[in-house]
Design a protein around this ligand. Structure first.
Ligand code: TYD
Length: 214
């Protein structure tokens, strides 16, 4: 009997781009198709990584960019080892809100550490896990900002960065998407939620049709 093979679908984009709303819609759509979905977010998903999430979000902390990159990678390492890799081995479809591309864009681009250094740090963290598809939600900084403001709840440490920081994050994301067109699909996140979901399902049509064994 061929073994089941899980799929790793990651969702990326600026803060306020609607990743959570898309993940909600995709989770329902995949469950409707009878697929064994596991929904996760980064940083987080397991206890240790959720604690790191609280650390990196805390506006009271002064975090050096190198420390920041290592903290996100540490959260990722624990998530991959404890939950993600076992889930993929069991044949689950993992919907993951942010993954290595967030570190490449925010720490590599935004903080200026460079893509190569951040990629190297993350090699250890991911245990070779690579997304089957990455959905990049593209939204203007001003529209993203408006959504975050509407959500309320105050700004976390990352959200306090200035427009120049987010412009670097955005252009790093664009460069990553251009560099790996097989894996990335860029979606216009200014559309309403149902249109973004329809675009996302279109962008996954090929992998939804593949056999679920290896
Ligand atoms: P996210 O969960 O998308 O924030 P929220 O749910 O509050 O909208 O991500 C948390 C923040 O961490 C976000 O500003 C992006 C940042 N981040 C990085 O800078 N590097 C990373 O590797 C990850 C996973 C997130």
């Amino acid at each position: 009997m061929p073994e089941p093979r899980g799929r790793l679908i990651t969702i990326e984009g600026l803060d306020g781009s609607g990743k959570t709303t898309l993940a909600d819609g995709l989770e329902a759509a995949l469950l409707e198709r009878g697929l064994p979905v596991l929904r996760l977010r980064e940083p987080g998903g397991v206890e240790l990584s959720e604690r790191i999430r609280a650390l990196v979000a805390d506006p009271a902390l002064d975090v050096h960019p190198h420390t920041e990159a290592l903290l996100f990678a540490a959260a990722r390492a624990q998530l991959c080892a404890e939950l993600l890799v076992p889930a993929l081995r069991e044949g689950r479809w993992v919907l993951l809100d942010r993954f290595v591309d967030s570190s490449l864009a925010y720490q590599g681009g935004g903080r200026g550490l460079g893509l190569e250094a951040v990629a190297r740090v993350n090699e250890l963290a991911t245990l070779g896990c690579r997304p089957d598809r990455t959905l990049l939600l593209r939204v203007s900084r001003s529209a993203g900002r408006r959504r975050l403001d509407a959500r309320g709840g105050g700004q976390d440490r990352m959200e306090r960065e200035d427009d120049a920081f987010f412009a670097r994050v955005e252009s790093s994301y664009d460069a990553l998407a251009t560099g790996e067109p097989e894996r990335f699909r860029t979606l216009d996140a200014h559309k309403d939620a149902s249109a973004v979901l329809a675009d996302a399902l279109d962008a996954m049509a090929d992998i939804l049709q593949e056999p679920v064994t290896k």
